[in-house]
Design a binder for this molecule. Structure first.
Ligand code: G3P
Ligand code: MG
Length: 472
């Protein structure tokens, strides 16, 4: 299967396994639980192209670039099996044992078709493909039902969910998705934008974590193993003047963990989801980026030299929502604003790391999840030859899938609102009105046009082998 060629990635050769010297940050060695994947996205701010020339002070123009080398690699967990998240009981939601026995008899007889079915898998985007916000897309329910065994072989066809969304724990999101999609979704087949970032907990002790509703993101970070997780509301509860117009409810005050933050040295900033309070979050990020080595409310003589790293969980500019008009702005817009503020204040581009689709590290991690999900469903931990990515955003789902050698299907239920295909990042398998049509087309290609999208419980495996039709 085609994969990224490192030579094409413009990856900094310092990136993959060499410890970064001079950063003052403990980097796990080869024996650690992480793999460092060279970044495919530039480590340098995108803001310049969006900025008016006047916003860059002439006196700043000659300042050197940051000495930090963050962005040269993106650590991901070495294996999902070692993940702290793999807590859901294996096999939950699977068909009953008696039905499994009958299905395996049918599969034994239809060996050729079964082998093909075991050599394919899907990677689904969520927002704009399976759901809009908290509402399932109806066709997605049918598509997942087919893949969970409602087909002539009664076979489960592996599918993982690969979303740039986030902001709550994998368990919470899977429970919500299982409910609205009426199909079981396990954390073992699920990747949010920040899921691979759990690897970073081996690198950083004290982190400012931002985004999402309430304090949910703290639970996410603590599940990932971060030891000292600071939330913007902790800082607000300690000193309400840090953000001129922010207020905390009594409940928030009770849940916040204020302390004397003048004694805290932050090691990194992590934006895990969309900000719910741009003013406070931007202010705190800027405070930390301009501080002396992560000591908040200090002012570095040379902020570029002592700046702590900043990570964003994904780079999408737009996302589909329940809103009927144009797609809504998301984390990419927040990041570009941070980059522009930093460049205006310091005159240099902000170095930062962005995870999520279409970043290679996210797809590398997806491979690992896919392999272990294959093992769960088919007993062999290997990648199938035919992987179909179904997405609605050409700039993340499709470009990433194309680069990674997957078959890509673009659907019309989300961000993409174009004509025949996207002009910049065309889907290589085709454009479909919705996910069900994409799944049907992929199954027809791999298993034949006559492959039945219905499990017949009255099937007689002895009399109904390859080519025979089941008794209704
Ligand atoms: O970009 C924000 C997020 O909602 C996108 O999610 O599932 O379309 O990757 P998804
Ligand atoms: Mg989407």
């Amino acid at each position: 299967m085609a994969r990224f060629d490192d030579a094409e990635l413009n990856a900094d050769p310092r990136g993959s396994t060499q410890p970064r010297s001079g950063s003052g940050i403990a980097i796990p060695g080869q024996e650690g639980n992480t793999i460092e994947v060279p970044a495919t996205r530039s480590a340098i701010s995108d803001a310049a192209s969006f900025m008016h020339n006047l916003s860059l002070a002439p006196s700043m123009k000659d300042r050197r670039n940051s000495r930090n080398s963050f962005g040269t690699s993106l650590p991901i967990p070495r294996s999902p099996r070692m993940s702290r998240l793999s807590s859901v009981q294996r096999g939950s939601g699977a068909p009953s044992v008696s039905r499994d026995i009958l299905a395996s008899q049918v599969q034994d007889i239809n060996k050729e078709k079964t082998a093909k079915a075991k050599n394919m898998a899907f990677a689904f985007d969520i927002d704009g493909v399976l759901a809009h916000g908290n509402h399932a897309i109806e066709e997605a329910k049918v598509a997942l039902k087919i893949l969970n065994g409602d087909n002539e072989l009664g076979i489960r066809i592996p599918h993982i969910l690969l979303t740039n969304g986030g902001g709550k724990t994998e368990e919470a999101r899977c429970a919500q998705l299982s409910e609205i999609l009426e199909q079981p979704i396990s954390t073992d087949q699920f990747i949010q934008s920040h899921t691979p970032m759990q690897a970073l907990s081996e690198y950083y002790e004290t982190v400012l974590v931002l985004g999402g509703d309430g304090f949910k993101i703290r639970e996410v970070a603590e599940n990932y193993g971060f030891k000292d997780v600071v939330h913007p509301k902790d800082l607000l509860a300690w000193d309400p003047t840090i953000s001129p117009w922010a207020t905390l409810t009594e409940e928030e005050k009770a849940e916040a963990r204020p302390r004397d933050f003048t004694k805290t040295k932050f090691d990194a900033i992590m934006v895990f989801a969309d900000s719910r309070d741009y003013q406070t979050d931007m202010q705190l990020i800027m405070d930390l980026l301009l501080a002396d080595d992560g000591k908040i409310f200090t002012k570095a003589e040379d902020p570029v030299a002592t700046r702590i790293p900043i990570y964003f969980s994904q780079g999408d500019l737009l996302m589909p929502t329940e809103h009927k008009g144009l797609p809504r702005l998301t984390q990419g817009a927040f990041r570009i604003s941070i980059e522009a503020q930093y460049k205006t204040l310091t005159g240099v581009d902000l170095e930062r790391v962005v995870y999520g689709k279409p970043e290679r590290a996210t797809y590398t991690y997806a491979d690992e999840v896919m392999k272990s999900w294959m093992e769960e469903l088919h007993g062999v931990a290997r990648l199938p030859d035919n992987i179909y990515m179904v997405g609605d955003n050409p700039a993340s789902d499709i470009i990433g899938g194309n680069m990674y050698g997957w078959n890509t299907c673009l659907v019309r239920t989300g961000v993409f609102q174009g004509g025949e295909n996207d002009l910049n990042s065309p889907a290589n398998f085709g454009v479909f009105p919705h996910v069900l049509e994409a799944v049907k087309a992929a199954l027809a290609k791999e298993l034949g046009e006559d492959f039945k999208l219905k499990w017949n419980p009255k099937v007689n495996p002895v009399t109904h082998g390859d080519g025979a039709s089941a008794i209704e």
